[in-house]
Write a protein that binds this ligand. Structure first.
Ligand code: NAD
Length: 422
């Protein structure tokens, strides 16, 4: 597993896998490790664990590597991130210390609040991509890996719109050569991975693999892609609550969400340009779930406000508040308040693991390009042109599990169940 950015999320994922392997902790939050899947009719009583049903890579077989602009090894980086307790980190210290970040492709133009020494130099972005390909090949051979997966867990880059250089592979390759400004660092990584036929996921909201040029490359090399922006804290709760309100035709006038967050991610998001990327990603979910075009009386013109405030004392322990103004029968107003004291990277780590394992499965199953069945994990799920993205967590889970059944030749579950009553 190649992780771009060895920050809070990556080190919590890696240390967690090591601790779980040693039997020191449980993989809570990971569907691939803890989830089951019902097969056949309810009366058959068949519900194997997902990782016994589909041939996923085993945790013992995973090797980790990655890039970062800081030189600290994974143990030091995990200490800086301050997510896991010292005793937990010390129990896997040797393994963590052995993971040292490779020099990054980085340009401060795309992440204003960061600068670091461990950065590659190159004539142009094409040359930097070639250096990444060399890193990937060297890692693969040094660790005798059969297969690789890459996940962008780097900082959120500034907001960018799709432009001409992203429209075709030829244009993108020309742009790499010409150092086109519209190609941020994250795209250089995605390009290198997809060129090598390696599955790529974007755990952050920046514009990266979700452009026609990358999808053209993925189709050519048969690489699966997924993203964008992991659905962890407040948005996870939103996509749990909103489908419930809609299912009962409860109206919504406004949804105000605010957060305080004190980790490096929070610091990066304190820059308005990086926050804009995050804001766009966070705001789309409600519109798609509520479908105001179908339910104007219930959901038209919802006032949806999202704020993130950088507040160092809280570190990685985010606190989110949601105030939801709702209305019921005859238009009578009500309110719902949610105060979520969560841990960002604790919620994110199992997603990184699951997405990597499922993308590796997809690659072996011959499923190239956008993996919409992994929408379950993302705030702004990638989807085919002309479709709207599915944000309802429960529809997403059904789609994910039906994809696994389909892959294994099992009957899809429709929940119709007429046969018990006919
Ligand atoms: N934790 C969550 O719940 C969550 C949810 C969704 C998305 N995300 C996103 O995941 C990403 C990682 O979050 P985090 O909390 O680990 O942040 P972090 O700041 O702790 O780690 C990011 C790391 O990426 C490195 N980096 C930045 N640009 C790089 C580049 N071009 N190449 C290599 N390394 C680079 C930084 O030096 C840093 O060490 C962020 O973009 C965040 O918005 C996090």
């Amino acid at each position: 597993m190649l992780l771009v950015g060895l920050g809070a999320v990556s080190t919590t994922t890696i240390a967690g896998v090591f601790a779980i392997r040693k039997g020191l902790a449980r993989p809570i939050g990971s569907l691939t490790q803890m989830g089951t899947i019902r097969l056949g009719k309810r009366t058959e009583g068949r519900s194997p664990k997902i990782n016994e049903f589909v041939p996923l890579a085993q945790l013992d077989d995973i090797v980790f590597g990655g890039w970062d602009i800081f030189e600290e090894d994974c143990y030091a980086a995990a200490k800086t991130a301050g997510v896991l307790e010292r005793s937990m980190l010390d129990s896997v210290r040797t393994e963590l210390e052995s993971i040292k970040p490779m020099p990054a492709v980085f340009d401060q133009r795309y992440v204003k609040r960061l600068s670091g020494p461990n950065v590659k130099k190159g004539k142009n972005k094409r040359e930097l991509a070639d250096q990444l390909v060399d890193d990937i090949r060297a890692f693969k051979s040094a660790h005798a890996c059969d297969r690789l997966v890459m996940v962008w867990c780097g900082s959120t880059e500034i907001f960018m719109k799709e432009g001409g250089v992203h429209q075709s592979l030829a244009a993108l390759e020309k742009g790499l050569e010409a150092n086109d400004e519209a190609i941020p660092s994250s795209m250089v990584y995605a390009y290198a991975a997809l060129k090598e036929g390696i599955p790529f996921a974007n755990a952050a909201p920046n514009l990266t693999a979700d452009v026609p040029a990358m999808l053209e490359l993925a189709a050519r090399t048969k690489a699966p892609v997924a993203g964008n922006d992991m659905k962890t804290g407040q948005t996870l709760i939103k996509t749990i609550i909103a489908p419930g309100l809609k299912a009962r035709m409860i109206g919504v006038r406004g949804w105000y969400s605010t957060n305080i967050l004190g980790n490096r991610d929070g610091e990066v998001l304190d820059d308005p340009e990086s926050f804009k990327t995050k804001e766009e990603s966070k705001k789309s979910a409600l519109d798609y779930i509520f479908q105001p075009q179908l339910y104007p009386d219930l959901y038209q013109d919802i006032s949806h406000v999202v704020r993130i405030n950088y507040y160092p004392p809280r570190g990685d322990n985010k606190e989110g508040w949601d105030n939801i103004d709702i209305f019921g029968w005859l238009g009578y107003p009500m309110q719902l308040k949610i105060n979520f004291l969560c841990r960002d990277s604790i919620l994110a780590a199992p997603i990184v693991l699951d997405v990597a394992l499922f993308l590796d499965l997809a690659r072996r199953a011959g499923m190239a390009g956008i993996q919409e069945w992994l929408s379950f994990y993302f705030k702004a799920p990638m989807h085919a042109k002309g479709l709207y993205p599915e944000h309802d967590l429960f529809i997403q889970l059904m789609k994910l599990k039906n994809t696994l059944r389909y892959l294994m030749g099992e009957e899809l579950i429709t929940h119709l169940g007429r046969e018990y009553y006919d």
